[in-house]
Write a protein that binds this ligand. Structure first.
Ligand SMILES: [Zn+2]
Length: 212
């Protein structure tokens, strides 16, 4: 089965998730040709929203490698790339993540947003902390577009520091990171910045292919 082969490839630690050549987590050639991040304003409530790639084409393969392969190579590569982008934006003092549903966490054995957030924190020399908790509710995937835009039900797990970086694997509608920003601001944060592997332009946007 193709699916099985892809999964096996993703699980190999030193193989490019896009072209499958042996080598670093993502080879230089594929890293350089990832689709450009759509030039969009940050989702509501965010001071900035950083991403490495658009969520399409090879960008999707990179996110799949993060979600289902979970190799430290792809996480480490993504953390360094995101840390570089975050340093160019509003300064943050702590890193947290959008917690996944308990079902997803159980299915994958981990929360990939937490894994990525802790790696980004390590790359930036910042602390990572669980600042958000997920309230009971359906997973994003089973909800309508309008519901998704509102984001998952999130609440602060503790008082939030002044400037927070919130990490997720993909920013699609922006609902999840906006919900995180609302909860963090309600808990005391004044600056909230988002970082994700990939970002999708809204369906209503046009001309999002350029990176300018
Ligand atoms: Zn490659």
């Amino acid at each position: 089965m193709l699916g099985t082969m892809c999964l096996a490839d993703l699980l190999l630690p030193h193989r490019c998730p896009v072209c499958r050549e042996p080598g670093p987590a993502l080879c230089g050639r594929c890293a350089a040709s990832l689709p450009a991040v759509p030039a969009l304003a940050p989702p509501p409530g965010l001071d900035a929203c950083h991403a490495i790639t658009a969520y399409r084409g090879d960008g999707r393969a990179v996110v799949a490698a993060l979600k289902f392969g979970g190799s430290s190579g792809i996480v480490g590569w993504g953390a360094i790339e995101l840390a570089r982008r975050v340093r160019d934006g509003p300064p943050v003092e702590i890193v947290t993540w959008v917690p996944t549903t308990p079902a997803h966490r159980h299915q994958r054995g981990r929360d990939q947003a937490e894994v990525l957030a802790r790696a980004v924190a390590g790359a930036m020399g910042l602390p990572a902390a669980r600042l958000l908790r997920r309230l009971p509710g359906p997973p994003q995937a089973g909800r309508s577009a309008t519901e998704r835009r509102l984001g998952p039900p999130l609440a602060a797990a503790r008082p939030a520091p002044r400037a927070v970086l919130v990490v997720d694997d993909v920013v699609t509608t922006g609902g999840s990171v906006s919900a995180a920003a609302r909860a963090l601001r309600a808990a005391g944060a004044g600056i909230v910045v988002a970082a994700a592997f990939a970002r999708t332009p809204p369906a209503t946007a046009h001309g999002g292919r350029g990176g300018a």
